[in-house]
Structure formats: C-alpha cells, structure tokens
Design a protein around this ligand. Structure first.
Ligand SMILES: CC(C)(COP(=O)(O)OP(=O)(O)OC[C@H]1O[C@@H](n2cnc3c(N)ncnc32)[C@H](O)[C@@H]1OP(=O)(O)O)[C@@H](O)C(=O)NCCC(=O)NCCSC(=O)CCS(=O)O
Length: 378
C-alpha cells in the first residue's frame, strides 16, 4: 500500500520519537515496571494518545492508517508502551467518541485524547475473559447515582490510569442486554488496585486486578444507554484489535531488524553468518511474513477509514499478525544463538513482550470465532 504525505509524516515522526526517546530507556522502564508520566504527556502533545479523535475533542484528527503506522513504530521500541497507547486510543477514546454525550466528551475525552489523563478499560473479570458477557460486577441504582461492586482482571494501566471504562451488570435478568458501561475516575472511593500482576513481558506497563467496593458514581457516569454496555465493549474492541495487530508487526519488525544486524556482524565458519543460506533464508521468511501481516493491518485500517465493515478483516489481521510475531521473534533468537537467550540483546525481551498479543483483546480462538461468523454470513 502506498502512503500519502500525511501518513508518511506521522509514521516518520513516530519512528524518530520511538527510536530517540523510548528505545534507550526500555530496559530501565522494564526494571522499574513503570513508564514516566512525562513521556505519555509528550506523546499526548504529539497527538499519539487520541490519534483518530477529531481536533475539536482534543485529538489529532488522523485516519486509522496513520494510527496503526504510529503504533507499529512505538511497538518496535517498547511493547508495554504500545499497549498503554493502544488501550488509551481504542477502546477508550474510541468508545467515548462514539457513545459519549457532549458533556462527557468535554470532561473525559478531551484530556484523554490530549494525553493529559490516562485511561483503562475494565471488561475482563477473573472468571470471564473470552466469555465476556458472563460478568458478575454489579452496578445498582442508589439515589441519583450507581454503586459498583465486583472485581476486574488484567487491566492495563489499572494502577496509573486516571479514569476507567467499567462494564457492569445493571439488569441480571437481561443477559447481554443487562450490561452497562460507566466512566469511573480512579480516585473515586471504592476503586482499589487489588494487585499488580507479575508478568512474562510488557513489564513497563502495569496490569492490575481492580476491586470495586461500593464504588459510587453519578447518574452522568453512564456511557451510552442503560443495557448498551456489551455493544459498547464489543464494537470498540473490534477496532482496537487492528491496533494489537499493528503492535505485533512492530515488535516482529524490531526483532527482525536486530537479527539482520547481528547476522551481518557475527562470523562463523570463516564468514559473516548472513552468508550462510540457512540464515539468509530464515531472514527472508521473517521479512515476508512481517510484510504480509502489515498489509493485512493496513487493509483493515483502510476499510475502517472508508466506513466499511472490517470486523472479519480486523480479526484476521490480529490472528495472523500475533501468531506470526511470536514465530518471527523466536527465529530472531535462533539467529542470535546463545546471545538471543540473554539480556545483552533485546530479542529475548521482544519475544516475551509479543506473546500476549495472541491473548489480550480477544484470544486467537476468539478471532477464529469472529472470522468463522464472518464466513458463515457470506
Ligand atoms: C466471544 C465473543 C465474540 C462472543 O460474542 P457474543 O456472541 O457474546 O456477542 P454478540 O451476541 O455477537 O454481540 C452482542 C451485541 O453486541 C453487538 N456487537 C457485537 N460486535 C459488534 C461490533 N463490532 N460493532 C457493533 N456492535 C457489535 C451485537 O450486535 C449485539 O448487539 P444486540 O444485542 O444484537 O443489540 C465476545 O464475547 C468476545 O469478543 N470475547 C472476547 C472479549 C475480549 O476481547 N476481552 C478482552 C477485553 S480487554 C480487558 O478487559 C482488559 C484488558 S485491556 O486491554 O486493558
């Protein structure tokens, strides 16, 4: 796909930012389990935290193609940071843009899209991941507002976010149509970070279990209509999944580039290892698969920009790109030999970081369900 001038500029800006201001620090942030808030603020100033949000609501007003290009660049520097960016953009900003009232957009979307505040997305529960409508978190009407009780699991930015979109059952007798979405400030009494998970990868971003204990919000906290929450979640997750696919491409590309550089320097059997056909063919396969995945991402994003349905294409992009990325990152370790397995080189980190792309925002098998439904509807 050929990029236009604006898309190229956004990609190049994101690449320079990621390589200069992110990459040199990733080991330190991984060790600290934290990304400096000043960096997120800078990303906000560059327009990366609300990329497809129109300027009137604090965003960059860019298209989806530009968004996935920028996300690939950030992911090529740090997987954890790309996930924070991804959740903030979509589902969070996207859901507020699509379902928020003008007052909600003014109060919550503008600062989120500008990178002045950070968002979390609380759908998953300890017993309800793929089976996302099987929620136990309850929201009960009390006085003029709502009281939330329940536990949410695997919440990106749960400790650092300023606000969260929280999905809770408002009518237990109505199944999927009894779920509503609430905008909850994380300093509301009753929002408690129950634990910060110890993870395989993406350690720079926090992933938390959040307990809602008589967490009280006003009537104006509901996003969308009562009972519309499950739709709000699924509609925005499907778009968010194009972003996860872009992150997968970015991490795979970074591992590929590291392996190519290493192969051009390292010598074995009297020559640089890139001259061994086994290594060169491995690099050729890696580059081909990354290119295929990127085209799938760009295709899904282009459909989205054109206002065309892209549910199946988004699911296909996430499925292929995330599984490809693990394979490519493993091949990059193989090219590095023993050095690929130790922390002197980044490929071991990238391999750890990319694994979750096959799990979060819908596992590979959830993507297969969605693709299968798309095929059945043909
Ligand atoms: C496995 C599932 C795909 C199963 O979905 P369902 O069969 O339960 O859902 P449906 O009955 O098909 O849809 C319900 C409702 O929503 C509407 N809908 C669905 N998709 C869309 C869409 N793309 N756009 C608009 N509307 C949509 C649909 O029409 C129905 O509406 P009506 O009732 O007819 O009015 C699903 O459960 C699934 O995707 N599971 C995976 C969940 C997942 O990805 N979880 C990760 C969440 S991330 C998180 O919580 C924390 C991590 S974070 O990233 O920080």
């Amino acid at each position: 796909m050929l990029l236009n001038e604006e898309q190229t500029l956004i990609r190049d800006t994101a690449r320079a930012f990621a390589q200069e201001q992110v990459l040199p620090h990733v080991r330190a942030w991984e060790a600290a389990g934290e990304i400096p808030r000043s960096l997120l603020a800078e990303m906000g100033r560059l327009g990366f935290m609300g990329m497809t949000v129109p300027a009137e609501w604090g965003g960059a007003g860019a298209d989806m193609v530009s968004y996935v290009l920028a996300l690939e660049e950030i992911a090529a520097a740090d997987g954890g940071l790309s996930t924070v960016m991804s959740v903030n953009n979509s589902p969070d900003c996207a859901a507020l843009l699509a379902y928020g009232s003008p007052e909600q957009k003014e109060k919550w979307l503008k600062p989120l899209a500008r990178g002045e505040t950070l968002g979390a997305f609380c759908l998953t529960e300890p017993h309800a991941g793929s089976d996302a409508s099987n929620l136990k978190t309850r929201a009960e009407k009390r006085g003029n507002g709502w009281v939330l009780n329940g536990v949410k699991q695997f919440i990106t930015s749960g400790r650092t976010a300023d606000m969260a979109l929280v999905f809770a059952v408002t009518d237990p007798s109505s199944s999927k149509r009894g779920i509503s979405c609430f905008i909850v400030p994380t300093d509301a009494p009753g929002y408690r970070v129950a634990s910060v998970e110890k993870k395989l990868g993406q350690k720079s971003s926090d992933t938390c279990q959040i307990a809602f204990e008589d967490c009280t919000v006003g009537a104006d906290a509901m996003l969308g209509e009562e009972g519309e929450g499950y739709r709000v979640a699924l509609a925005n997750l499907s778009v968010g999944r194009i972003g996860i696919a872009a992150q997968s491409v970015g991490m795979a590309r970074a591992a590929f580039e590291a392996a190519r550089s290493y192969a051009q320097e390292r010598e074995a059997f009297g020559t640089r290892i890139v001259n061994h056909q086994a290594v060169l063919f491995r690099l050729a396969d890696m580059a081909t698969k990354i290119t295929v995945a990127r085209q799938m991402v760009l295709h899904a994003a282009t459909l989205r920009d054109a206002g065309r349905p892209c549910l199946t294409e988004a699911a296909m992009a996430k499925l292929y790109a995330s599984e490809m990325a693990e394979e490519v990152c493993s091949a990059a370790i193989q090219i590095h030999g023993g050095y690929g397995y130790v922390s002197d080189y980044l490929v071991e980190k990238i391999w750890r970081d990319v694994r979750v792309c096959q799990i979060y925002e819908g596992t590979s098998d959830v993507q297969r369900i969605l693709i299968g439904r798309g095929l059945a509807a043909l």
